[in-house]
Design a protein. Structure first.
Length: 295
């Protein structure tokens, strides 16, 4: 299989997962159903259910009203071998804003709950924090899967088969490294193949990407890494603010930092820029993190 065909297949699998079915079994909520990516751990990737919940909410909106913020909680681990049901509550539709609650269910219990706000495109004040200077261009960096020699084959295969091309500015955090222990990092990301022009899909795919690697600014500060024996990490919540449109099949720089860790929890924040330096979105996530005690 050629590299281009492989890239196209990985993205097409993602598009299939984001293509929700609408159920006619509506009560007071709109009901959608979907499937999941197979995962080596058997647990649903959080960014997937986040993106699916956003797409479900967007399908209930007035025309030309787009998401500007979401706040969600990961309530239970999802099973990637089972289907997902998403219920959307149309909380409010105003003159300029709409509010939706999306809850994703498996086996009759919620695994993810989100409230999102949507707005018509209105003029107003504008400013943005500039993109950091001196960041290596993505084409000068190798994909993560080419930089993780020594990991089990199943992990390398998972990295190479994901829909996103991820390139760390510093060493990828799958293995120990001699990098400085700092609570920040930069990551380039884009989908491996083109997506349709639908802006709803690109906003949801950006949410999908936003859950990748953001936890690492916390781990990097303490010399931890994903394959560290005994490490336990679970996302607790996720917030995101969309500022400007962007294509996720073009390079985006994810600038991440962790302002705090305490009590078995760590907070990570991120800013997402286009390659040209336009600020696209801000992200925040708190995780549970448990690092094994040194012997």
């Amino acid at each position: 299989m050629s590299a281009d065909t492989h890239a196209r297949n990985t993205v097409d699998r993602l598009l299939d997962v984001l293509d929700l079915d609408f159920s006619q079994a509506r009560t007071t909520e709109d009901i959608f159903t979907g499937t999941s990516h197979p995962m080596p751990t058997g647990r649903i990737y959080g960014g997937q259910v986040l993106a699916q919940s956003l797409i479900a909410a967007e399908r209930t909106l007035p025309e030309n009203r787009t998401v500007h913020s979401m706040h969600g909680y990961f309530l239970r681990p999802g099973d990637s071998s089972q289907g997902i049901t998403i219920a959307v509550d149309r909380i409010h539709d105003g003159r300029s804003f709409s509010t939706r609650r999306s809850q994703a269910y498996q086996n009759g219990v919620p695994i993810f709950s989100m409230i999102a706000s949507f707005q018509d495109d209105d003029p107003g004040l504008e400013h943005a924090v500039p993109m950091p200077e001196g960041v290596p261009a993505p084409d000068t960096l190798s994909p993560d899967e080419d930089r993780v020699v020594g990991l089990p084959d199943a992990v390398v295969r998972m990295l190479s088969e994901r829909a996103a091309d991820i390139r760390h500015v510093d060493s990828p955090l799958y293995l120990p490294s001699d990098d400085e222990r700092v609570p920040h990092q930069g990551v380039w990301m884009r989908m491996r193949a083109s997506l349709p022009d639908d802006p709803v899909l690109h906003r949801a795919a950006l949410a999908y990407l936003s859950d990748m690697t953001i936890q690492e600014s916390i781990l990097r500060a303490h010399g931890a890494y994903w394959s560290l024996p005994g490490l336990k990490v679970a996302s607790l919540d996720h917030a995101m603010w969309w500022h400007r449109p962007a294509r996720v099949d073009e390079w985006l720089l994810y600038v991440q930092e962790s302002p705090n860790a305490r009590g078995g929890r760590g907070l990570a924040t991120g800013r997402i820029y286009t390659e040209g330096g336009t600020l696209v979105a801000n992200v925040a996530q708190e995780i549970m993190v448990r690092v094994p005690e040194a012997p």
